[in-house]
Design a protein around this ligand. Sequence first.
Ligand SMILES: [Zn+2]
Length: 336
Amino acid sequence: MTAELRYANVTEFWYRFAGKEIPRQLDLLYDWFPVFTVAEDESDGETKIPPYFDEALCVIHAVRYHGRLYSGADEIIAQLCGRLIGSAKGNREKQRKNAVLMQKRIVRYFSQHYDAIEFLINHTAARMCELEDDALNELLDALLDYTVDLAKAREEMSDTEKDGEPFPMDDEIFDTVVYNAAYQLNLCTFEGLARGYFWLLLGGLLRNEAGRLTRRFDSSFIEVNRMPSEEESLLSKLDYLFNPEDYEYVFSGDDFSQRFPDIIWKCDRCGDTLNEQTGFDDHLEYWQCRRCGWINPLSVEYIHDSAEDAMNGRGACAEDKFSDAIERRKKELEEQ
Ligand SMILES: [Zn+2]
């Protein structure tokens, strides 16, 4: 089956490894996005009160009946849920529009309340705590594969097919969501797993609207167009992310008066660009930041592809590969 970035597909992973049955529509929305998609009204738990869509607030209201959110046979709610989850393919224009309004409302709320994202990431992390260690590892592996499958499926789609999806996504937004999820998952930490999973849930639920939130992730946001790889495609960027050892370094600068040509050094404490500070010389072993006084070591193992890599202590430059790239570039210039 072709991988799709749909809320239902993303949630399916967790229930599979938790060995639990996938909840039905309203419960499934509530499980990962409580309050923001479905508001639980008070009830005695024994009375069937039909759910309704609050058009003004763009939230579905429901009550619990024998432990589950009661969905009755309300077709409007069923259609609306189906759109958000990704299971409804029918042509109910009104409910598609309502689903879009819900997506937009959620995004607007998140962009005004950053703590809501933190709350949901913590909520996702708490759900991860329900899994045994083995299941967590298996989930992580499955999700890493899923990001690659998503990239492959996307690459095979024509523009017309992409535009014809129930909630079309721009390539840039799709790539950003999937790449950042993959990056977080690839950290192979508990936090990375929770954040990566949340990226996927959010992308699946909000689709293109998720693009307006990517910057709100701060430390976990990476601009995909800046990520190194041999090609532009998401698939090749993921390949570089997962298998950096397969790649040689390429150096294209020509300023060999420096020890680390073209490398921009940032202060580890204040982030100031050290290269621009008066008297900076990268032949020194250390450089004391002129702005904050922090002593920054200048050596090859502190060179990273991106600020995120530096922050996460990942993908440090290998000395032999680095000097090899410099040597090759020198020869290239000599031959010109
Ligand atoms: Zn500094």
